[in-house]
Design a protein around this ligand. Structure first.
Ligand code: SF4
Length: 398
């Protein structure tokens, strides 16, 4: 039997996973959406609409730094965790609602300075786990193209399934693939990423190399550093040699910018990020990118995955688009966002294009009704500006 996500996604919240709420609890009265979120302002992907292909914590890894907590279904088995028709129906409803609100279908040709939030730079396939585990991946990519013609499709992946022919074929329809590989030192890889049995750093690296050779789109490699775990000279030397062979279109070196699954996962310093970014991009033959995922520069919200620092702003920040929504709608938007991962008020304001004061008011309102709480007792209860991370806590009936 396939390890379906139903148990994980609809289970009652527990003490260990207080934010693993049922999707049916996410309430947007006018338009309930379980698997479409955003758009968010991503540094790498611009204005990016996220699709959750898992519906819960389903992953082939259980990274120490994962923003959404421990993996519930630890597997390398592919299955239609969120079936293509379900996800694409939601995406079409989202598109229709946006078109009705703003008088235009969201696309990537709309100027980014447009007064209405209709510009979309990417549809990003991710979620609270590994999106390539969804065996409907090819249908989902094709469906995104039909529903939002012209909008590039990006896929986030932890690279563990890229050795498979079926996954490579599915990904052929994507415009950008953003694979991650944090360490080529086996012991570091095991400690930091906690992969499924039989998954090795070497195997993942070889799978990614083979995939890259046959892929016609862009590849943006991400390396996340955790202090005292994979920030070693040995790892840097191995990765330097590796990116020479891989020749990705860019390398993003990141670190934690939000609380991870384990307090053992701590961010590295800005100087370490800068050095690694410089060395790896030089080795890969890429123009240098600003290191990201640390302190105030990490304030741009996620690409749609739960890697702690996928919030890179290595490119120019996306200008916020004024958000036209009432107090209640803003509260709901904030709640949806922080239920996926803890964020500070400034991070939320930037993601939603909403005034900071309005976001703080929304957080106060959510706190008063018990739907949100400050993050405590983690490695990163606050960012470097002293801003508190907030986590969503949706009320349950019964
Ligand atoms: S960070 Fe990404 S790869 Fe790691 S456990 Fe979370 S979802 Fe999986």
């Amino acid at each position: 039997m396939h390890p379906t996500v139903k148990g994980a996604a609809h289970a009652a919240p527990c003490i260990r996973h207080p934010h693993a709420f049922s999707h049916k609890d996410v309430f947007l009265d006018s338009m309930p959406l379980a698997h479409v979120f955003g758009p968010v302002a991503s540094g790498r992907l611009g204005r990016s609409l996220g699709l959750d292909l898992l519906g819960g914590r389903v992953c082939s890894m259980d990274c120490l730094y994962c923003e959404v907590g421990a993996t519930d279904v630890h597997t390398c088995e592919r299955a239609p965790y969120v079936p293509a028709p379900v996800l694409l129906d939601e995406l079409a409803r989202w598109r229709d609602a946006e078109a009705a609100k703003h008088g235009a279908t969201p696309d990537c040709r709309t100027p980014s300075a447009s007064p209405a939030p209709v510009r979309l730079d990417h549809v990003t396939l991710g979620g609270s786990g590994e999106p390539c585990l969804n065996s409907d991946l090819a249908r989902i990519i094709a469906g995104c193209r039909d529903i939002l013609p012209g909008v590039p499709v990006a896929v986030l992946t932890n690279s563990t399934l890229l050795h498979r022919d079926d996954v490579r074929a599915d990904l052929a329809g994507a415009d950008v693939v953003l694979p991650s590989l944090d360490s080529l030192v086996e012991s570091e890889f095991r400690v930091l990423n906690r992969p499924c049995k039989g998954v090795t750093a070497r195997g993942v690296a070889d799978g990614l190399l083979g995939f890259a050779r046959g892929f016609g789109g862009r590849i943006w490699l991400e390396v996340l550093l955790a202090r005292g775990i994979n920030d070693t000279a040995e790892n840097l030397a191995l990765l330097r040699d590796y990116v020479r062979q891989l020749a990705p279109h860019r390398v993003d070196v990141t670190t934690l910018s939000r609380p991870g699954a384990s307090p053992r996962a701590l961010p590295v310093g800005r100087d370490v990020l800068a050095r690694w970014s410089d060395e790896l991009n030089t080795a890969a033959g890429c123009p240098p990118t600003a290191p990201a995922g640390h302190g105030p520069t990490a304030a741009v919200p996620d690409d749609g995955c739960c890697r702690a620092a996928n919030a890179t702003n290595a490119e120019a920040p996306v200008p916020p688009v004024p958000l036209i929504m009432g107090t209640e709608a803003l509260q709901e938007a904030v709640l949806r966002s922080i239920t996926r991962r803890p964020q500070t008020a400034p991070q939320l304001a930037k993601a939603l294009g909403a005034p900071l004061d309005a976001v703080r008011t929304a957080l106060d309102g959510l706190t008063a009704r018990g739907a949100c709480a400050p993050v405590a007792e983690t490695a990163l209860p606050r960012d470097t500006d002293g801003e508190i991370f907030h986590a969503g806590r949706l009320p349950r009936n019964g």
